[in-house]
Structure formats: C-alpha cells, structure tokens
Design a protein. Sequence first.
Length: 324
Amino acid sequence: MIKVLRAGFLTSVQDLGRIGFRDSGVSQSGALDASMLRILNVMVGNEESAAGIEFTHGALRLKLSDNRRVAWGGGDYQVEVGQTRIPPGHICAVSAGEEIHIQGPRVGARGWLVIAGGIDVPLVLGSRSTDARGNFGGCDGRYLIDGNELPLGSEVAWDKLKTPSPRISGWAAPQSWVQTGGGNAVLRIIRGSDWELFDEPSRQAFLLSDFIVAAESDRMGVRCSGSKLRKIINRDMLSEAVAPGTIQVPPDGNPLVLLNDCQTIGGYSKIAHVISVDMTIAAQLHAGETARFRETTLAEAQDLAAARAEDFALFRVGVRMHHL
C-alpha cells in the first residue's frame, strides 16, 4: 500500500493507456511519456505496462507500507527518501514507513515514479490509467488527493532481482533518457492531411517561428501562441480521427498539439503530426516555454522509432545482467 500524504498538482495513476477503444470514443490516456514509464518499470522488475504515478508541478509526499524498490525520471525534480536524495534513473530501496518527498521542477513539467509491483488499482477497459475527463480508471477516475491509499501489486520480478545495497543503485539508465525537458524545445513533425489548406506564409511561419506554450495547456493538449496560421479557404471541416501528436489549428490560428487525453475525433484542420519519439519532449512543455516545429520525413521518423526500440531492447538485457 502507498499512502498519499500530499497529492501535489494533477498527480495521477497512469500506465501505457487504453489501446483499441478509440472507435468507441475512449481516449488513450496513459503516461504522457510512455518511454519513460517503460524504462523505469524495467529497472524495478515490473512488466513494462505496470501502472505508476505521474506528477506535475508541485510538491508530493508518499509513504510506503512495506519495503519496495522505486525509480523515477522526468523533469528536474528533487526526490528524497528521508535525507537521501534519489537521482533520476537509479533504483532506490525504500523501507516500510519511509516517506518519499518530491519537489520541483526547476526544468520541465512532469515526472514519473514507479514502485516494484506496480499500482494495483482495478483495470478498466484493459488499463489502470486515470481518465479524468471520463471520470474512470486510476483512483476513482480523478487526480489524487491527500489521504488516498493506493494498493500495490505483488513483486513478481525476476527470480534473482537484487535490492540495491547501499540503498541506491550504483548503475543507472542513460541520463538523457531519464532527465528530460531542457527548454528551447524542438518538435519534429511530418505534414498533416490538411497541410495544403494553409497559405505559404503560414506554412513557413509554422516551421520557422517560435511559439509560446499557453497556460491553458493540459493533458489534453499543448496550446501554443505565436504566428497566426491561416488557411487559403475557410470552410467547415468534417470531424475526423485524431490521436496524440496530431497538431490541430483552431479558428484562432494558434496550433494545438494533442496529448494522451485528447478526444478521438476533431473538426479542426490538421496541419502536422509530432513524430512518436518526440512525444517525450511534448510531455515536458509548460506554460511560458518556447517551442519550435521542424519538418522531417516519415522514413526518418520510422528509423528513429526503430533505433529507440533497439536501444531499449539492449537496455532491458543490460538491466537483467545488473540484477544477476
């Protein structure tokens, strides 16, 4: 069991999300940085899809009821157990009754904490993720509040999995994987189905201008302000399928990068789509930060995704070797 002593801001239970229900209007949900969750879960011996805790700007305090291994990653947070600081991407052995304190971040927006055994809230449509817009999943379908108690699963890790001694592992995941969000974000994109509907000055501005992340951004999407993007012909659009990473342009001309809690269909023009490997960057965008868009090709996006999958497969083997 893990008790939430201080819930912080927009803290929620998330796994890899609900896959296969978009045709029924169910959002994907899930950790905004799926790669991060996979990395951390592998480190503590969980299945890659195990549920963890996603936290956003603000302080968080948790207490464990039994001994567990934990790991975290994300923005530049300060994470401590007692007087011991836990670096990102390291395993830490936490004893029963000890508190985990999370503060920050100085850079970035979000972080993820995983616990050996995973958060064992009930499955809803195959996922433990919180859908706060739909009011289901996670902890009663909402963000965590002070006093919540979350059940933990049994530690069914590898037979010879070692608990670090001293309490923090001497080895870690690559720093660039687990410490994300550094300002001056660049999101690589491929052209969307409505690219040609925008005039040439707008297309150039989209690729060459800086955009500022608006305060209204949330898990549904990152709202940007800057150069207004205008279509050659203004006409009503039919609602079509959208997904995390789709960049829509509402009537105000400001691009909107959809994230995991986005709707499943939308009627705004789709100027582009963020490539999958850069959703890690999108997850750390916060109000006031500058973001830019850079065009790439579908072939390059596929190569980058394949390279990441290969690196992760090697990392998984390396973690097992460390635990032998």
